[in-house]
Design a protein around this ligand. Structure first.
Ligand SMILES: Cc1cc2nc3c(=O)[nH]c(=O)nc-3n(C[C@H](O)[C@H](O)[C@H](O)COP(=O)(O)OP(=O)(O)OC[C@H]3O[C@@H](n4cnc5c(N)ncnc54)[C@H](O)[C@@H]3O)c2cc1C
Length: 350
């Protein structure tokens, strides 16, 4: 008998698999690959909300756990995924500069907000104003990480690329049965796909569609992430940048749209002063939740069934700590942080 079946292999599923590997638990992952928010993600980790210069939920402990977590996988798989990058925030007004300085005095933001502003020296960027520099930010190459991790799991016969059919699941008191597999527990980490999961679709996963462009520009020459109306993120491939992202709440399709393309180009043209070509456009649905906190915990009825979801807009920072919490909850009986425990929505389970 396996210890675990894991359904869905994005950042949530991968992080949980890493907890299982660290603890020598046996498992198999079953996942489709075509509807993944993680593959589309810019992969940025940034401990500051750059609209208002505030701190995201739990940013410091998340970052302190996440970077060594990914770095360890990076070492084991001998492939680089984690790249520290400063984020340059283009100031639009003097008031914004003042707000930045006020924020930089706060203990949870002081480690991240540099108090010396930078002058723009890049003629490809249109701005007369200074930049604020966010320290300790960077990028995780999520698609590359998923691919390398999948290769490792395949070598161990732990990865199945297929749709999970909920009708074929049999849940007993002491185990779950699925198409010839027997496992003590099952963990669902399907991202927005959870909407079709009859066991957990009572949870208030809203979903926020996002689209990004990949552009090529030999003239841009950026070695930092730039945040103006949009993010411009240098990628590993020479002269290629990721531009994004959009936020749309009504459209729940995984298809790219012309509307998003125009929105991104309009924002890009406000800040870029150089030629570029669009080489690709990608779309995904972020697993966002009504109260903006992850969805973690045990099914209200089936005690060997768990969920790890609701990573929202910051999956890179959030996934490692919550996967650790879920594993400690199941294996050691530790309590879950009340803010992430799905018990908070038990009233919505009928
Ligand atoms: C445009 C965009 C940009 C983003 N940028 C960033 C960023 O810069 N930084 C950041 O931290 N976050 C970013 N995010 C958010 C981030 O992508 C998510 O928080 C995170 O990837 C969610 O991971 P997940 O594993 O929960 O879901 P997913 O990555 O969606 O993975 C779920 C997996 O489960 C599979 N699945 C679902 N149902 C089934 C089923 N029935 N059977 C089998 N498999 C199934 C899916 O196919 C998928 O592979 C961005 C998101 C978008 C859309």
């Amino acid at each position: 008998m396996l210890d675990y079946l894991v359904v869905g292999f994005g950042l949530a599923g991968l992080s949980f698999c890493e907890q299982l590997q660290k603890n020598n638990n046996s498992f198999v992952v079953i996942t489709e690959e075509d509807k993944s928010s993680s593959v589309v993600a810019g992969g940025m980790y940034n401990p500051v909300i750059l609209k208002r210069f505030t701190s995201p939920w739990n940013a410091i402990p998340q970052l302190e756990y996440a970077i060594p977590f990914y770095s360890k996988i990076q070492e084991r798989l001998n492939t680089q995924f984690v790249s520290p990058f400063p984020v340059l925030r283009v100031f639009n007004t003097i008031e914004e500069q003042n707000n930045w300085l006020i924020a930089s005095d706060k203990p949870n933001l002081a480690p991240f907000l540099a108090t010396n502003f930078l002058k723009n020296t890049n003629s490809a960027l249109i701005t007369d104003n200074d930049f604020g520099v966010v320290k300790k930010a960077g990028r995780l190459q999520v698609a590359k990480l998923l691919k390398a991790y999948k290769d490792e799991l395949q070598l161990k016969d732990r990865y199945l690329n297929e749709q999970f059919n909920y009708d074929d699941l049999i849940v007993n008191d002491d185990c779950v049965l699925y198409k010839g597999f027997i496992a003590k527990q099952i963990v669902f980490s399907e991202g927005y796909g959870m909407k079709l999961n009859p066991y957990f679709n009572y949870l208030p996963l809203n979903g926020t569609k996002g689209e990004v462009l990949l552009i090529k520009s030999a003239a841009l020459n950026l070695d930092s992430i730039v945040k103006s109306g949009i993010f411009i993120i240098p990628l590993e491939e020479e002269h290629i940048y990721l531009v994004g992202a959009t936020y749309h709440w009504d459209d729940k399709s995984w298809l790219v749209t012309n509307e998003a393309k125009i929105e991104l180009i309009d924002k890009l043209n406000l800040v870029l002063n150089c030629d570029y070509t669009i080489v690709d456009q990608l779309a995904g649905i972020r697993p966002t939740v009504k109260d903006r906190r992850p969805l973690v915990g045990q099914h209200p009825i089936y005690k060997n069934m768990y969920v790890l979801n609701g990573l929202g807009t910051r999956g890179v920072m959030v996934a490692p700590t919550i996967s650790n919490q879920l594993h400690d909850y199941i294996e050691k009986g530790n309590e879950l942080d009340k803010e992430i425990d799905i018990v908070r929505f038990v009233g919505e389970y009928i």
